[in-house]
Write a new protein. Structure first.
Ligand code: BG6
Length: 518
């Protein structure tokens, strides 16, 4: 199947519930605007912001323009371009809790059908808190706004449920109104440029597949560290924690892409089938194993660049005795032929020393070492390092002879770096995902069984952590690499966490730095 082709896209009516909210302003509108500037939007389209606020079109457009100016990767909008784009934008007041206020949406659809003289695609984007998803779906159904399954789609944001049971309930609710092929569950990590490239890297290169298994891979690390704290999301986060907020979705999806079997085609269901296989093959922890397979953390106050920052328990809308984790490190096994015995380590946390999302695949040692004298240096194992952000690069680390009269080995990088013009041109994840939704391509969206399999996997840990308060909380300081126990989790297997090389150093030094920076 041809993906994201520039073939003429169908006319589209795009409703955004939560039209005045943060997500709409930070992500959705800047993404749609950039798609418009890059000529990916269909000739006929209309964006209807739907919300409770009293507002006219003029004020709504002004708010969106200032959001674009602030958040678009292309910088401030230009007057002429914005005027053209905003002629496709309108505002509609409606209350999700009041069925009757959805009635005008039907009239809007009819009006555009007549004007465009065709049946447009209709996209309902739920950019609201998850407990509204069901009500929105119900209102769409009651008002008969979803009558053509070929052209109507609903996009729902994460978090998709707060545990397995609620995710199932939500799936059942949505599936009682829509078909699975109408439901687009977002995990924005799947839209990131480098994440998409992993598929190309794995399945469009002959040399990868023979190495990509337990015979050659020693272990895999997936690390998403963030410097930011929880900001003003205390209320949400204190009921979530990083296990729900990051691991259940983003990090597990990354594992799926690394560990999946080659799909027979790039068809949405084929790709998603292979990903679900990974989640099903991942070993679930028994309660008595959880303390040895996982580490949780919570940040205490500390200093960042001369400024004192609050500890987690002092943050706004957080319980001062909270047991919620702001850091998690986990070890998993994927029980299948390809990965038997290969540990996969995951870590993520807030208020850490560095913001970096990266995947490291460490290959085994050479079977027989011939460069063993002190004069040869210390040969290192090969590594494939996939930097997702803020650096966007894929680097292969190899051993090579340092030029000179002696046989001295250095680590060198074969580097595919996205920096420079390619990086600037890279679309943001939301641009990719919204265009796919407009084109009806579900490959990068989560299917019901994927979401449920991911919840199933983490439920034992969630339950255990909720029942057993961690007496050591808070157990790491802001601006650190997280709790010490997380080092022990991986050190007891003979490994250590890899960190991103420092961009300012030269290639060889950077390669060394990857190992030495923790
Ligand atoms: C979101 C989480 O899904 O992803 C946030 O709710 C997190 O807590 C964010 O900060 C990270 O996304 P990104 O794209 O900045 O890595």
């Amino acid at each position: 199947m041809e993906k994201r082709s520039s073939t003429k896209t169908k006319s589209t009516i795009f409703f955004i519930f939560g039209g005045t909210g943060d997500l709409t302003k930070r992500k959705i509108i800047p993404a749609l605007y950039n798609l418009f500037l890059d000529r990916w939007m269909p000739k006929n389209f209309v964006i209807i912001g739907v919300s409770l606020d009293e507002m006219d079109d003029k004020k709504y457009k002004a708010e969106l323009m200032s959001a674009v100016d602030q958040f678009s990767r292309k910088g401030k909008s230009k007057k002429e371009e914005w005027t053209k784009f905003s002629s496709h934008v309108t505002y509609q007041i409606a209350d999700i809790n009041d069925l009757s206020t959805f009635k005008p949406l039907g009239a809007i659809i009819e009006r555009y059908k007549e004007e465009w003289e065709e049946t447009p695609s209709i996209i309902y984007y739920c950019a609201v808190a998850p407990h509204f998803f069901g009500a929105i779906a119900e209102n769409i159904s009651q008002n008969k706004l979803e009558n053509d399954p070929q052209t109507t789609r609903i996009i729902v944001e994460k978090p998709f449920g707060r545990d397995l049971e609620s995710a199932k309930e939500l799936n059942n609710k949505l599936l009682s109104i829509f078909n699975e092929n109408q439901i687009y569950r977002i995990d924005h990590y799947l839209g990131k440029e480098v994440v998409q490239n992993i598929m190309a890297f794995r399945f469009a290169n002959e040399i990868m597949e023979p190495l990509w298994n337990r015979n050659h891979v020693e272990h895999v690390q997936i690390s998403v560290t963030e410097q930011i704290g929880i900001g003003d999301r205390g209320e949400y986060f204190d009921h979530a924690g990083v296990l729900r907020d990051m691991i259940q979705n983003h990090l597990l999806q990354l594992i799926c892409i690394i560990a999946m079997e080659p799909p027979i085609s790039f068809d949405a269901d084929e790709v998603r089938n292979r990903k679900v296989d990974v989640l099903k093959a991942m070993r679930k922890s028994l309660p008595e194993e959880i303390d040895t397979m996982s580490v949780r953390g919570q940040y205490s106050s500390g200093w960042i660049k001369g400024t004192q920052v609050l500890g987690y328990r002092e943050e706004e809308n957080v319980n001062p005795e909270s047991n919620t984790e702001t850091y998690a490190a986990l070890k998993f096994y994927v029980d299948n032929w390809r990965w038997q015995g290969v540990p996969f380590y995951l870590r993520t946390g807030k208020r850490l020393i560095k913001t970096a999302s990266m995947i490291t695949i460490q290959f085994k040692e050479v079977p027989h070492k011939i460069f063993i004298s002190e004069k040869s240096g210390t040969p290192k194992q090969n590594r494939l390092v996939i930097s997702i952000q803020p650096d966007m690069a894929i680097r292969f680390q190899l051993q090579s002879k340092r030029p000179g009269l002696e046989m001295y080995l250095d680590t060198v990088d074969i580097l595919f770096d996205y920096s420079g013009s390619k990086r600037l041109d890279s679309p943001k994840a939301y641009e990719t995902l919204l265009l796919d939704a407009i084109n009806g391509d579900q490959t990068l969206f989560m299917r019901a069984d994927q979401v449920e399999a991911a919840w199933e996997l983490i439920m034992p840990i969630l339950n255990y952590w909720e029942k057993n308060i961690d007496p050591d909380f808070p157990n790491y300081s802001v601006n650190s690499w997280g709790p010490e126990k997380a080092e022990a989790l991986i050190a007891k297997d003979g490994f250590h966490w890899f960190n991103l090389p420092d961009k300012t150093k030269k290639t060889n030094e950077r390669a060394e730095n990857l190992e030495d920076s923790d």
